[in-house]
Design a protein around this ligand. Structure first.
Ligand code: DQA
Length: 146
């Protein structure tokens, strides 16, 4: 059975393409997920993609990835929960999988409240400010890391 990469997107990322395109670009969530699937396939991997506007659903997905046994790692753009969620921080730690924190924009170049990430201290890797390419690199990293 091929191993999988879990691609998790948080609140408002379902609106990608039309949401503040000057910040987040014009690519859609479907484009992001297709890019991840393409990168993964190049390494003989599959992706499971989930977007949710609900914190608990993202946490549940991390728990399921932990239990599944075939998940190589997680690409996580927790969106605004990045800056608020101790619960997601705990879930990232608990899942025991390598997590790549991805942001389309560079939060450090934006409002002060975006400069704090609850997830960066527990993410293995952080990629920010590269638009959707960051997702492709995150999958690539997990694939090469093995
Ligand atoms: C984001 C950055 C966050 O600050 C913001 O709340 C988002 C998207 C990004 O991908 O640049 O929703 O995670």
């Amino acid at each position: 059975m091929p191993r999988r990469v879990l691609v998790l997107n948080g609140p408002n990322l379902n609106l990608l393409g039309t949401r503040e395109p000057e910040i987040y670009g014009t690519a859609t969530l479907a484009d992001v997920e297709a890019l991840c699937a393409e990168r993964a396939a190049e390494h003989g991997l599959e992706v499971t993609c989930l977007q949710s506007n609900h914190e608990g659903a993202l946490i549940d997905a991390l728990h399921e990835a932990r239990a599944a046994g075939d998940v190589l790692g997680v690409v996580l753009n927790a969106a605004a929960y990045t800056h608020t969620s101790v619960a997601l921080l705990d879930a990232v730690k608990a899942c025991g999988l390598p997590v790549v924190e991805v942001h389309l924009s560079n939060p450090h170049a934006r409002e002060a409240f975006r400069h704090t990430s609850y997830l960066s201290p527990v993410a293995e890797t952080v990629i920010a400010g590269a638009g959707i390419h960051g997702y492709g690199w995150a999958v690539e990293h997990l694939a090469r890391r093995g």
